[in-house]
Design a protein. Sequence first.
Length: 151
Amino acid sequence: MDYNYAYPDRFIYDPNVKRYEVPLETPDVDDQAPHPVYDVAFKNSPFGILVIRKSTGTILFDSSYVPLTFADQYIEITTSLPTKYIYGLGERRHQLWLNPENSARFPLWTRDQGLPTDTNLYGVHPFYLGMEEDGNAFGVFLLNSNAMGRT
């Protein structure tokens, strides 16, 4: 795996294994951000990636609870959430709040079909925003063009 601290508030995760990737040009980054607002740690057993806010010690992303599956045509990532106030994963005609206590599944898959209630629309935006109790916020973006789902 390869990673870098390209921006002070963003962590980029790119695997070194040849596999299908989104056919989208991303900027080459040669320099590291001078003062990232997060730390990144790795667990070995089970393998996991942790992203931690430096100012509060809040773990924003922790993938060590369920083994990471990373194959050519399939990726499965499970993360813990530091807050119940998670919003996003549009574009869809559902409630914007992603209640972590609601285990309902929904696909992130698009189709070009009018405006029927509770069906997915034209674009999938694999980004969610978390609002913490102390007023801090964070976002997670998955650069992916494969089928996705949220459980």
